[in-house]
Design a protein around this ligand. Structure first.
Ligand SMILES: NC(=O)c1ccc[n+]([C@@H]2O[C@H](COP(=O)([O-])OP(=O)(O)OC[C@H]3O[C@@H](n4cnc5c(N)ncnc54)[C@H](OP(=O)(O)O)[C@@H]3O)[C@@H](O)[C@H]2O)c1
Length: 231
């Protein structure tokens, strides 16, 4: 089992929601964390850097500045996502939703040459990758691609490990809804699930830490979804 203490992690998309929870959990376990997002922000005890995961030059500079780092976590959503029925979907919007995949791919490809050889990577897919949800076809296709990428690249990058967490519906700033509309959104979205509530960012981050810590896991996807996939 990898001892997290005194390791160094770069957490992209580490300034909000699931990424922020991962940043804070790693920091609290004694990891030196560099958290990146497009907007500048402050997180206690963490170095934050403004970086766009679609900007390969900026990513390269970030990784070069921290050569020898141990963990790469990428939770960046990437950009706008297309939502709605496939036959009504704007095709540029559908294509644009794949910014998340390209941000993940950029970070893995450009980050690995600067990582410790016993390092580990965690990415995030999403349950529409394996379960049809109304209006989520573009997001599901992106999530499916993320999971395929993780499984297929694991051989090529060993001994560095790579794994994914597949979140269910999680209450994060990704949803702009407020008040009753927000409560109703999560209630409706999880109705009928074995655990009928939205998950928390901390519950998802917990799985990311397991995947960073456990040396015997690579090419795996851990579902943290309240049973959304099985209902
Ligand atoms: N919340 C859910 O219900 C849910 C469900 C399934 C899967 N997921 C997945 O879980 C991951 C995290 O989602 P979340 O809910 O935590 O989202 P979130 O709260 O909206 O956080 C997204 C983070 O990504 C950063 N980001 C977005 N685009 C970026 C870019 N181009 N370059 C660098 N940073 C970028 C954001 O910061 P800036 O805006 O400042 O760049 C922010 O730190 C995503 O992959 C998402 O698809 C979430």
């Amino acid at each position: 089992m990898t001892d997290l203490k005194d390791k160094k992690a770069i957490v992209l998309g580490g300034t909000s929601g699931i990424g922020l929870a991962t940043t804070e959990m790693l920091r609290d376990r004694g990891v030196t964390v560099i958290a990146g997002g497009r907007r500048a922000c402050e997180i206690e005890g963490v170095e934050t850097v403004p970086v766009d995961v679609l900007d390969r030059e900026a990513l390269t500079q970030l990784f070069q500045a921290h050569t020898g780092f141990d963990f790469l976590v990428n939770a960046a959503t990437g950009g706008a996502r297309a939502i709605g029925p496939f036959m009504e979907m704007d095709l540029d919007g559908f294509q644009g939703s794949f910014a998340k995949l390209w941000g993940y791919v950029n970070s893995v490809r450009l980050g690995i040459p600067h990582m410790a050889t016993d390092g580990a990577i965690v990415l995030f897919s999403g349950y529409p990758a394996r379960k049809w949800r109304p209006g989520m076809l573009a997001i599901g296709s992106v999530g499916g691609s993320v999971e395929a990428f993780i499984r297929l690249v694991a051989n090529e990058i060993a001994p560095i490990r790579i794994n994914g967490v597949c979140p269910g519906l999680i209450d994060t700033p990704m949803s702009p809804l407020k008040g009753d509309a927000r409560t109703e959104f999560y209630r409706k979205g999880t109705q009928g699930h074995p655990i009928a509530r939205a998950g928390t960012a901390t519950e998802v981050a917990h799985a990311a830490l397991f995947l960073l810590e456990n040396d015997f896991v690579t090419g795996s996807i851990v579902d943290v979804d309240g049973g959304a996939i099985v209902c």
